[in-house]
Design a protein around this ligand. Structure first.
Ligand SMILES: Cc1ncc(COP(=O)(O)O)c(C=O)c1O
Length: 379
């Protein structure tokens, strides 16, 4: 049996989405695919609360979506400010470096987030053409205070990029109301689709910025090559990942059918339920309470629980969680709870974790932990 994926992406893919993936491969420029393509784009706009934002969907991963976001809005004279909570903020800074883009980085401590005051001070100090922010850093479990950043950035003449790979579709992101210019994300996390697709949604301001740039160091990643295809998916620029697009379209339909507010609340509730169970086992969270993301938990081990042994035993029991990244390696495990994870799956996961801990000699009470989590779902 394959394990239940409780890693922080890919998240579990429900049968409805899997069945869409298994539909016949049709032509990449066919009317059949175009219908699914249009539906996916429309639902992406709804997910991000944007009326005139332009979504782009192409074969690739979140990292490609990061490159697309950056390269299409950054001119030779633009300096980029990266707000980094950890692993994926560092990746954005690394992409800037790879393309010779001048960038400054404000880094928070891992498990925390950059304060809005730090952003304000940096903007007063220097002129930036682009500000790039990770919404949820999947390495640290920290959720950036986007709404507070939006207040600081209001009226600023710059392009604001948000990396929503671990948030979009699970945590609110209001492009139009908050003035976000580009949201980048990927299929495999809160949408609950298989990996393989990169997503970027550009505001009209961000599109205008791209149009103002004569040449960018990108070909496949140049949104101007994709724009006609997104307007009419029967046009060819590069062959679509046909089956992935169909499955993503189904996943995005599920997001809209559930209702965004309900979905965001469900993510918060699931996070609280899991944390109630974890606390009952004596685990503590790595991330500062103020910045806890509802899409994953980064969980500290007590001194007497070995990372490799715990994760191997939990996997044997049918549940996959991820190890820590970078400086947290061996000290934490990362547990994703995003996409279409159900309450029943959550409770099973908590119960099985207790059984595993017992085999490791920990005096835990799985039934009590499951009850603590169940109580949250009953609220
Ligand atoms: C916040 C964030 N940004 C970017 C990425 C990179 O995405 P991918 O692994 O799909 O390239 C990830 C992946 O986990 C992520 O969590």
């Amino acid at each position: 049996m394959d394990p239940l994926l409780l890693i922080p992406g890919p998240s579990p893919v429900v049968p409805r989405v899997m069945n869409a993936l298994a539909r016949p491969t049709v032509s990449h420029v066919s009317a059949e695919l175009a219908a699914d393509f249009r539906s996916a784009l429309e639902n992406l706009k709804k997910t991000l609360f944007t009326a005139d934002g332009e979504p782009f969907l192409f074969a690739g991963s979140g990292t490609l979506a990061m490159e697309v976001a950056l390269l299409n809005v950054t001119g030779k004279n633009d300096r980029v400010l990266v707000l980094s909570q950890g692993y994926f903020g560092e990746r954005m800074a690394g992409i800037c470096k790879s393309f010779g883009v001048a960038a400054d980085v404000i880094s928070s401590r891992w498990g925390s987030a950059v304060r809005p005051e730090e952003l304000r001070a940096a903007l007063e100090d220097r002129r930036y053409g682009v500000v790039a922010v990770t919404h949820v850093d999947t390495g640290t479990g920290a959720c950036a205070p986007l709404r507070a950043y939006a207040e600081v950035l209001k009226g600023c003449d710059l392009i604001w990029i948000v990396d929503g790979v671990c948030a979009t579709g699970g945590i609110e992101e209001r492009m139009d109301d908050w003035g976000i210019d580009v949201v980048l994300t990927a299929a495999q996390k809160c949408f609950g689709a298989p990996p393989g697709l990169a997503v970027d949604v550009f505001s009209q301001r961000a599109i205008a910025k791209r149009q103002s740039l004569p040449l960018i160091p990108a070909y496949y990643a140049d949104i101007l090559r994709w724009r006609p295809v997104m307007e009419d998916p029967k046009k060819y620029f590069s062959t679509h990942a046909v089956n992935e697009v169909r499955s993503f379209a189904e996943a995005a339909r599920i997001v809209i059918e559930e209702g965004l507010t309900k979905r965001f609340i469900r993510h918060e509730r699931t996070a609280r339920a899991i944390r109630a169970g974890l606390e009952a086992y004596g685990f503590s969270l790595f991330t500062e309470r103020e910045f806890l993301a509802s899409t994953l938990s980064v969980v500290r081990y007590p001194d007497d629980v070995d990372d490799a042994v715990f994760r191997a035993k939990y996997l044997e029991a049918g549940f996959a969680v991820a190890g820590g990244l970078g400086e947290t390696s061996g000290r934490v495990f990362r547990m994703g709870h995003m996409g279409n994870l159900t309450a029943d799956q959550t409770l099973e996961a908590i119960g099985a974790m207790g059984d595993v801990l017992k085999t490791m000699g920990k005096p835990v009470a799985p039934a009590a932990a499951v009850e603590a989590a169940a109580a949250v779902f009953r609220e």
